[in-house]
Design a protein around this ligand. Sequence first.
Ligand code: ADP
Ligand code: MG
Length: 185
Amino acid sequence: MKIALTGTPGTGKTTVAALLKKTTRIIDLNSLIKDKKLYTGVDRKRKSLIADLTEIQIHINHITTNTEPVDSVIIIEGHLSHMLKGTDAVIVLRCHPRILKKRLEDRGYTGSKIDENAQAEALDIILCEAIDACDKVYETDTTSRTPEETLSAVEEIIRSIKLKERISPEYLPGTIDWIEEAIQR
Ligand code: ADP
Ligand code: MG
């Protein structure tokens, strides 16, 4: 079973994946893209790689097919993971845009990159893309939580998906609304 762990940069994917690693197989999509050169070029303005989704999909299919028992969980972590085909569910990490800005400042991002990501978070861009791409999409707000609390939320979602149990309504898309943050700009 493949589950995408996605979210705007700074929402906490890598932090949570590092905690989840103790119990669950994780594929770090950003590292895979770099290591296997799964990109078509470099976006100089954004100082980022232009991912080659076709090649990424081929690689993911290759490394996840027939390598695990059917009931085991593989988490694919990265802000593009929700774009992959064949995932059983998508978990979107969220963070209030104002707090997200602080997290990205601490990371040393430039002003335009911070604004672009905060705006994307306010407009639910990744959530909307995920809903377009996958039937089962869940979200959890990391804003006033510790990484350990977010880990527990993500583990609870994974457990429910695995056991085909009803997911707690707090994780269903639609409760998080930061549109005011986008309008205020
Ligand atoms: P991403 O991989 O989504 O770009 P990172 O995990 O690299 O994000 O960075 C998230 C930052 O936010 C880290 O500095 C982390 O300590 C902090 N953080 C604060 N609260 C949380 C939380 N509840 N879950 C995950 N990260 C959090
Ligand atoms: Mg990351």
